[in-house]
Design a protein around this ligand. Sequence first.
Ligand SMILES: [Zn+2]
Ligand SMILES: [Zn+2]
Length: 306
Amino acid sequence: MTEMKSIAPHGLGRGCVITRRACFSASHRYWLPELSTDDNAARFGPCALAPGHGHNYELIVSMAGELDSDGMVLNLSEVKHAIRHEVTGQLDFRFLNEAWPEFDVSTPSGCLPTTEAIVRVIWQRLSPHLPITALRLYEQPGLWADYLGHPMDAYLTIRTHFAAAHRLARPELSQEENEAIYGKCARPHGHGHNYLVDVTVRGPIDPRTGMVCDLSALQRLVDDLVVEPFDHTFLNKDVPFFADCVPTAENIALHIADRLTTPIKAIGAHLHKVRLQESPNNAAEVYAETPQLEMVPASLETAAAV
Ligand SMILES: [Zn+2]
Ligand SMILES: [Zn+2]
C-alpha cells in the first residue's frame, strides 16, 4: 500500500519575479501628415519610405507576486493567454500604424509606433491584466526599449561594437608587480577584445514622434565619439585619455559615459547607462545619473535571447 504524502506548500506567500517572452512580426512607417514629403524624409530617413518596413519584435514581460499553493506567482498559461489576447494577437503580421488607435497619426493624439512608444502602449494595455514590473521590447538585437511604468520616462538602448587592443599595467609599477595585479592582461605587448557597447538613454516620449530622442542623432554620437576613435586601436597608445588611465573595462565604460553625457543632453535625452562587454565572461556597467538607482530589473537581462 502506498502512503499518500501531502506536500507542504514551500514558497507559499513568498515574493518572486517571473518573466515571459513573446514575439510578433509587424511593419510600421514613420510619417507625419503635418510634415512635407521632404521634411518627413529629412526627419525619419528610410523609415519614412512608403509603404513601410518590418521587424521581428521580441517582448520580455517581468511580473511580480507571491507564490500560491501551487508554487506559482501566476499560472503561465494565463500569462501566455493575456499576452496573446492583449498584445501579440493584435499586432502579429499587422501594420502598426493602423493596428492600434494610439498610433493613428491622422488624429492629434496619435504618435508614431517607435519601439519606446510601442512598449509604453503595451504597458497601458497589459497592466490591467498582469502585475507587470518591467517591459522590454527588442526591435532588433541592437535596439530595444524598456518601460517601467513611469508615464514620462522610457529607456532606449542601442548596441554597437568596436575591436581594440589594450594592456593593463600601471606605469609606476614593475612588470612583476603589474602581473601580480592584472595577470596575463599585463603582458607587455597587449591583447585585444571585440567590445560590445550598450548605450541607454532615458527621457519622456515625444507625444507626436513617439521618440525619446532622434535615434539617428544618437547613433551618430556613439559612432563619432566612441566607435570611430576606439575601433581598431591600441587603446593605451591611440586614445590620449588612456595614456595615464589603465583601460580596464570599468575605466573604458566610465570614459564612454563621460564622453557621451553632455552631447546626449544636447539632443534632448539623458544618458542613463553604459554597459561595456569585454568578453562573454565579463562586463562593466556604469550609471551616468544617480548611481545604481532605477536599475532595470536583472530578470529582463536573463530572459534576453540575444
Ligand atoms: Zn522600423
Ligand atoms: Zn583585456
